[in-house]
Design a protein around this ligand. Structure first.
Ligand SMILES: Nc1ncnc2c1ncn2[C@@H]1O[C@H](COP(=O)(O)OP(=O)(O)O)[C@@H](O)[C@H]1O
Ligand SMILES: [Mg+2]
Length: 286
């Protein structure tokens, strides 16, 4: 049996915490190593779909994946190739995805719907259509609020990473997100929290600002030192990289990728045969 691709899900129960940015950049880095990446845009705001430059037109999206049965809609029909990006594929979203919340609400275990669908569990599914064995990793971008879509995104995760802005709002979101993970853990035995990334950390010269330092310290107390990953610096370069559909490194700012490479390093044990495609992380880099 081919090994299943692991799923990575950035989580935060608030907007603006870096979920989409971290999903996008981590996926782009993995794709640049030659690893086939499947993104799943689970946010009706469809930022990830827009950032990847995909227009779903009238082809199936995540809405159809979640609301139609696997025998009526095989998963591969909703997988779109991403233009100009080698190794990157996407199950896109549109604002109509909001409607999936109704059908998920009616399902007895909505938390497992997306996981089961991605794995194409079900008797009708032929082995060759088992999508997870065709990709090295699947990255799901959830919506920010506590909705059925957010829950089923969490439920689809093998590796969770909490994203949290380095300010009071970020700490609040981190507390709520960690609480939700704890509540759901028994229903999602495969899920593991692998880290927390402080987002938009502000630095002046060689030092963090007081707000950044204090809030990162609080985060460390909340999740424990082992789960703290390096911060994403406040920088317009990320926004430029998003707009230009590239990576900070391609723009000459490779050090800005350090937190994402550190996250990837934590995923290495889950990546099976693709683990050897990942260069060794130089911890002096930062
Ligand atoms: N390093 C950065 N510094 C400053 N702003 C950033 C950085 N990276 C991304 N942004 C911006 O932060 C905003 C929120 O990020 P996003 O990833 O969309 O959060 P979420 O998906 O959690 O809502 C976006 O407008 C994005 O362009
Ligand atoms: Mg987002």
């Amino acid at each position: 049996m081919p090994k299943q691709a692991p799923t990575l899900v950035p989580l935060a129960l608030a907007g603006g915490q870096g979920k989409t940015t971290i999903a996008l950049m981590t996926g782009r880095i993995l794709a640049s190593y030659g690893i086939p990446v499947l993104f799943v845009d689970a946010d009706p705001q469809a930022s990830l779909t827009a950032f990847l430059g995909v227009d779903p037109e009238d082809r199936p999206t995540l809405l159809e994946v979640l609301t139609r049965s696997p025998d009526k809609l095989p998963l591969f029909k909703a997988i779109h190739a991403v233009p100009e990006s080698e190794n990157i594929f996407l199950i896109p979203s549109t604002d109509e995805l909001e409607n999936a919340n109704h059908s998920l609400a009616a399902s007895p275990s909505s938390i497992n719907v997306l996981r089961n669908r991605i794995q194409q569990v079900g008797e009708q599914v032929k082995k060759e259509e088992k999508i997870t064995s065709n990709f090295g990793i699947i990255i799901i971008d959830p919506p920010p609020e506590r909705s059925h879509l957010a829950l089923t995104s969490l439920g689809s995760g093998d590796c969770w990473v909490i994203c949290a802005e380095a300010n009071i709002k970020g700490v609040q979101s981190l507390k709520r997100t960690k609480g939700l993970i704890e509540t759901c853990q028994s229903m999602v035995p495969a899920g593991e929290l692998i880290g927390t990334i402080p987002f938009r950390a502000k630095w002046t010269g060689l030092n963090p600002t007081k707000v950044t330092r204090t809030n990162i310290e609080v985060m460390e107390v909340l999740v424990g030192k082992d789960l703290m990953l390096p911060h994403v610096l406040e920088s317009d370069i990320y926004k430029r990289a998003i707009d230009e559909q590239t990576l900070p490194g391609t723009l000459g700012y490779e050090h800005l990728e350090f937190p994402l490479r550190s996250l990837i390093e934590r995923m290495r044990p889950s990546l099976g045969k693709y683990a050897k495609s990942i260069p060794v992380l130089n911890t002096e880099e930062n």
